[in-house]
Design a protein around this ligand. Sequence first.
Ligand code: ADP
Ligand code: MG
Length: 690
Amino acid sequence: MDIESLPVTALKGVGPKFAEKLARLGLFTVQDLLFHLPFRYQDRTRVTPIGALKPGMEALVSGNIELTDVVYRGKRSFMCRISDGTGLLTLRFFYFSSSQQVNLRRGRTIRTFGEARFGPAGLEMVHPEYQLFDDVDPPAPQAHLTAVYPTTEGVHQIGLRNLINQALDRYLGGLQEWLPNDILPNSILPDLKQALQSVHRPTTAEDANALMQTDHPGRQRLAFEELLAHQLSLKRLRAQAQSHVAPRLVSDEAKLDALLSGLPFTLTGAQARVIEEIRRDLQHDFPMQRLLQGDVGSGKTVVAAAASTLAVAAGYQVAVMAPTEILAEQHANNFTGWLTPLDINVVRLLGKMDNKARQAALDVIGSKRAVVVVGTHALFQEGVAFMNLGLMIIDEQHRFGVHQRLALREKGTQGKRHPHQLIMTATPIPRTLAQTVYADLDVSVIDELPPGRQPAETVVIPDTRRDDVMQRIRTACLQDRQAYWVCPLVEESDHLQLQTATETEATLREALPELRVGLVHGRLKPAAKEEVMAAFKVGELDLLVATTVIEVGVDVPNASLMVIENAERLGLSQLHQLRGRIGRGVAKSSCVLMYQSPLSAQAQQRLAAVRETTDGFEIARRDLEMRGPGEILGVRQTGMAQFRIAHVMRDQGLLPDVQRVAKTLLQKYPDHADAIVRRWLVEREDYAQV
Ligand code: ADP
Ligand code: MG
């Protein structure tokens, strides 16, 4: 049977229950297992002498059990000391059974695999994997490296590895090659089976290293096909979208002129150019699918307002969607200020509204033409029925992710008519890259900041100098400047994040009694959030302590100072976004990146990059370069798809060939194109929600 349709239950040990859990990883068929790729490797191909172990090293070790004991040091643990003549190692178990205690006894021969760390009694491994051998010699170590796969709750590493091994041993032969040799570029290895084999089971550590980098031929083969799959599916989407019907939004430009002449500033050349691109798109009878890239502070909001004005003047509704309540509120205020004088009705749909207000908003949305509706993703939930949606604007798209973007496209549809779409992002990426990862979109760029902006001066400081930083803030605020103090996620829990922010606020209040200090975080009720933001905006607060909820979009031009705590934990783009909250006015602004020692090499690199440049394109480039394939951050921060093996920056060289091959396949082998897309882009649970 064709392995593309062979269910995972065909494998030994997989019943319907387990199959359900595998489905959560997007693993439905045997082919899916073959394409579930490792994100790193463990080396169990050789035994390491204990004397050569270093902290942080993952290693396979053999030895004799010298001593065992149950010890209490805060927590009860079972320890087992082993020796191989070159050194001593402690194996420590915090959870252990009595049979384990009996089995791990003095005199036996043990082989164990784990990560060595410094413990109270020298080097130890906590909860290592182990096997016992008496009298017999331990078998030779494994011939190839051990793959480590992405897992999920209820699917353990070892079980998953066994399944993938079964799939490789029994079914790899049945794998279809969809790329005819004659259309593959010369630099790409033709053999897909060999490529998979080498990625799942590299034979040497050098091989495994190369696999994690770029130049391994097997990795290249797979990366090529993965990029191709994305390209193909996006090209399809684009063709599909363009075959849909959209209302032509044509009007005289009196309202747009009125909007622009009422602004307290003149548009930059880039803003004017982009508005013109949008104006032309809106007049087509197929939906605009335009991505607007513009660095933080480049003035995307007013472009959105101009687009809205055009749509409304043509008699249609506009939906403006922001990723957070704070931002939605801010947009609603801006739009109201700009558009009400033009007799354009602006309606808000926010989570904080009571039933009555919500119902009133829904009534307008359902019955009145030519209104602008501003809200969060609640705009596209059940119960919201637009009367004649003509344009949909999604702000800060990197917060939503590619799959959500696609899902939204569907939700805005009315019968056969699709609204035009404008997607805005402050995470710009280089052009060739944009053509690949956003192949379904037309891309506009605002490559110019409003005049008079001065880049924020950025310094990197250890948090041992917190007192200095506080005094600096004090002095500045007493001179009428305003500041943010950002406490990012320190622990993987909202609750703890909140605690840090609350404690920081208390500390700052106490240390800086002359200042008016406020606190805003994600758990506050929307109304309370808004109140704090409003107070900060009008200058009733000097210092705003915040979690990363202020990361996107917030615009308070008078705020010119920012302190970011634990900056070492944040990604490059995130730091750049946060810093984008300052430097919006005429005052010189400064940003303090505070870190906790010791800094890892990567963190050092990241902080240096943020200090050295304020150019969003440069930041994005470095960010993509530093990140590994499939890193989770990638999805949230750039809104791009998450790749299993391809690395959008390092594999840039493949892109021209990917585009060429995609074209040929779609023309000559459309069935193959389908099969490749199905193979790489499996629906996953986490993609399905909006
Ligand atoms: P972003 O692109 O990050 O969304 P905003 O739209 O929030 O940027 O704009 C940042 C600030 O710049 C706002 O205070 C806005 O009013 C102002 N602004 C926008 N365009 C111009 C311009 N052409 N000249 C001067 N200020 C502008
Ligand atoms: Mg914005």
